[in-house]
Every structure is written in structure tokens, then in C-alpha cells.
Design a protein around this ligand. Sequence first.
Ligand code: URA
Length: 243
Amino acid sequence: MAALSVATAGAPGLSSETWDQSSQISDSQEGASIPPRKHIPAQPAVAAAVPKAERAAALQLIRDEIGECTRCPLHKGRNKLVFGDGNPAARLMFVGEGPGADEDAQGLPFVGRAGQLLNNMISAMGLKREDVYIANVVKCRPPGNRVPEQEEGATCSPFLFRQIDVIRPQVLVALGATAATWLLGSRQPLAGLRGRVHAVRGAQLIVTYHPAYLLRDPRQKKEAWADLQIAMRELGLKPPAKA
Ligand code: URA
């Protein structure tokens, strides 16, 4: 878990155009101070490996088990549950906080403005959205896009952990402090978590800013690119040549 220094200059594919998004989204408060929270229980051990060909079916079993969930109060405001989306055998998995309005309407993760920026981040890495898997800590939209409560995260995150155990990504990218908190099982300021590789459920975890935060503070995109370069290095990826 040694600290990694990563060059941030010359981010191919992450030109000002691809990062030039409007900034109207108001979820994760990455820059805000983090209030103390209740202790989060240790995560259960990683489950037995599922063969690649069976991962889609294994994910569907988890989805079926979740059903028309009423396990936590978030179901009350839900239109569509957002289970997760992407390649069931992805080497790279992104984890966000929870669905926003667009995701709640469509039942898919990261399809709004933050999702557009995430798509740009994925293509800057030389990947397509269908190469990766994307899920959230909670599967139903918190009212007003607030941070999920302890009870909500504790109820929903075990399903996320089971998705991770099925997909077995080599690299997990936590998008923002909420994802990092629930994946690591402890609440720490984002600044102290970035720039190094953590071990979570057999994967290498990289922590970076939430795309919604990057829309509000585009100056941090360079830092986010440095984080993504750590993920790319772990995956053996080189950024695509500039067009
Ligand atoms: N923000 C998130 O954390 N997740 C989504 O799916 C969309 C926005």
C-alpha cells in the first residue's frame, strides 16, 4: 500500500473539450468536511469465484433477490431501482454513491450529466462503457440527492459487495467519499485516500473524485486524471493516441 506518485501532465484524451461539461449537479460534497459517523461493520469475506460465463446469471440472481425492495426508507421515493450496468466480467468497476434523478427515471447508473463526464473519463482511458461495470452504494435515489444514511448504506451495500464478488474486477474505482467509505469500511477524508492503491475484496481500489464534484470544480479534473492513470497502470492500459 505504498504511496504512488503519478504524472498528471499531458492527459491524452482528457482534453479541455472532453472535460468541458456544465456544472448543475449537486450531489457528493467532496470538498466539504466529513462529519463523524457510526462504525461500519467489517465486510464479509470474498465469495467463491464464479466462472466468467456464469457471471451475468449470478448477477441476475442478486437482482432477483433484491426484488421490489422495501428494506430501507429509500424505496419510498423510488421510480426505478438502479442495480448496476456493464460487463459482468469487467476488469474495471466504478462505484458511485447513489442514483440521481436521471438514473431513477431510467433504472441505469450514471446516465445524467455526471454520467456523461464518467463516459468521457472511461473513453480517455481507452475503454468503452460496455467494457466496465458501474454500480452504486445504494440502489435507490436518496431524496434531493443527499448522501445515503448509515441505515441505507448498511442495508444496500451488501448487495454491492456481492456484485463485486461475482464480477471480480481487478481494479475498483471509488467515485467520491461515499463510495470510498463503504468500500473501505471506514470513513476518512478523500484527500488521504487518493494517490495510492487500497486492497478491497480481492481488487485494487483507487479512490477519486465523484464526477458531479468535477462538474462543480473542473480544476480538479487534472487530479482525477492522475487517479485514473493509477488505475490504468494497474490494468496495463495505455491512453489512446490523440486524434
Ligand atoms: N451519481 C452517482 O453517485 N451515481 C449515479 O448513478 C449517478 C450520479
